[in-house]
Design a binder for this molecule. Structure first.
Ligand code: TMP
Length: 209
């Protein structure tokens, strides 16, 4: 695979309700408008491919997160490599700026909280495509929970309160777990505008134009 020199892979990740999706959309508009040379691909994990659909069934099952640990881990990793091979890499070959909502940092945090070892998870990601920028949105659990209550959505297996504190803690370990990944932690307690100022600064450091 020959990556186009102007392509970029930028990941948005963090615990549920951390505000990453809002920043993801603001970023896409910013990049698209910044220069007419940019084509932007927005994509997400879990995907809606073969493995992603199986994951969504498990997430909606209401099962105990510890009882579906291995199933979740296996499916998320398979879904990721399928996503990379069939969607992300072909877009990077064409020179797209690919924005990805969640990536391997979600697996390390959520499946880590479900009890899978970090070493095993890092090994399973050997050969993974390392992004050009990873934005991790950090928010206290209490604020994230308040947002979720307001949204009133179905509680997924991965939103279970038994694992939530460990998920947030695992995200905070990410820079030391993956020192070779270009991870930038963003304080998500600020206003949307202020957070986006920081996001825009980080984008400008990696965008080609
Ligand atoms: P979302 O699409 O609403 O973000 O929901 C996906 C859920 O799946 C979310 O709770 C995070 C979780 N997840 C994992 O547990 N591991 C992973 O590798 C990914 C990508 C997501």
């Amino acid at each position: 695979m020959n990556r186009h020199p102007d392509s970029r892979l930028i990941v948005y990740d963090g615990q549920n309700c951390c505000g990453k999706t809002t920043q993801f959309h603001l970023s896409s508009k910013y990049i698209y408008d910044k220069d007419r040379k940019y084509n932007v691909l927005l994509t997400r994990e879990p995907t809606f491919g073969k493995y992603g659909l199986q994951i969504r069934q498990v997430l909606a099952s209401g099962k105990d997160p510890f009882s579906v640990r291995d199933e979740c881990f296996d499916l998320f990793v398979k879904d990721r490599f399928d996503h990379i091979d069939n969607h992300i890499l072909p877009a990077l070959e064409k020179g797209y700026i690919v924005l990805c909502d969640r990536y391997m940092y979600s697996t390390l945090s959520f499946q880590g909280a479900q009890g899978v070892g970090f070493e095993k998870m890092i090994q399973a990601h050997e050969g993974v495509l390392v992004p050009d920028l990873v934005l991790l949105f950090d928010l206290p659990i209490e604020i994230a929970n308040e947002r979720r209550r307001k949204r009133g959505e179905l509680i997924k297996v991965t939103e279970n309160e038994k694992i939530q504190p460990a998920v947030a803690e695992n995200y905070r370990k990410m820079q030391s777990l993956l020192p070779n990944h270009p991870i930038k932690v963003i304080d998500a307690t600020h206003s949307i505008e202020k957070i986006f100022e920081e996001v825009r600064n980080e984008l400008n450091k990696v965008l080609p134009y």
